[in-house]
Design a protein around this ligand. Sequence first.
Ligand code: SAM
Ligand code: MG
Length: 254
Amino acid sequence: MTSTAKAPAGPSTVDPDDIARFSAIAAEWWDPAGKFRPLHRFNPIRLGFIRERVCMHFGRETKALHPFAGLRLLDIGCGGGLLSEPMRRLGATVLGADAGEKNIATASVHAGEQGLDIDYRCTTAEALAEAGERFDVILNMEVIEHVADRDAFLKACAAMLKPGGLMIVATLNRTMKAFGLAVLGAEYVLGWLPRGTHEWSKFVTPDEMRQGLVAAGLEVREVSGVSYNPISDIWKLSGDTGVNYMAVAVKPAG
Ligand SMILES: C[S@@+](CC[C@H](N)C(=O)[O-])C[C@H]1O[C@@H](n2cnc3c(N)ncnc32)[C@H](O)[C@@H]1O
Ligand SMILES: [Mg+2]
């Protein structure tokens, strides 16, 4: 957070150990073979999903050059900007926010190199909500399993959605299969991610996700699984929410 930012009242969603873990590898965000390789591999499938769901919801032509033009989008927990950049390219006005200063530094430098105009800020969902920021679309991707207070985080995000706005949340399910693949497999056996990246106890079941979204005043429209095939190294959308999944929620028009 910048030195001038005042911490909002209420619980903080920031887990300092988690931010430190991501900050330690912030230089690697844009290395497709580095520590964020899983996110790079996963990116095309989630980009296709986001593009399609946002276009469908706002009545945009998916094949248009800038289908998100006129939409204000928040990428909360944006990391190095792996999603913020394509969102900007699709035409959205993008605010990328992350609690890690180094992540925001990496994201800003990279966007600058790409000639992309993105508003990157080192801040939190609760601080943005308290400042009265409003968005048509909120991307909440692979963040919720890292925050200190899930309900406060979801409520702050929901508060920032305009009526009729859309939020997409991606996370990991709290199953033994997810423990085997995302924790043991990715961190210990394959060594893709630094050990300690994921705390299994913070993973979220689809039921808990639905309840959290509803409690935050949103309507859940969809929950889709995302499956990984380790042999082909390919990710695809599936009916299996046992490990990774994405939820789509809408703020009632009022
Ligand atoms: C797994 S990364 C996901 C990055 C990005 N959303 C993506 O999918 O490419 C999680 C990010 O969330 C950030 N983060 C964790 N807790 C946060 C919080 N309470 N507020 C804002 N950012 C947070 C971390 O610093 C980290 O960059
Ligand atoms: Mg994660």
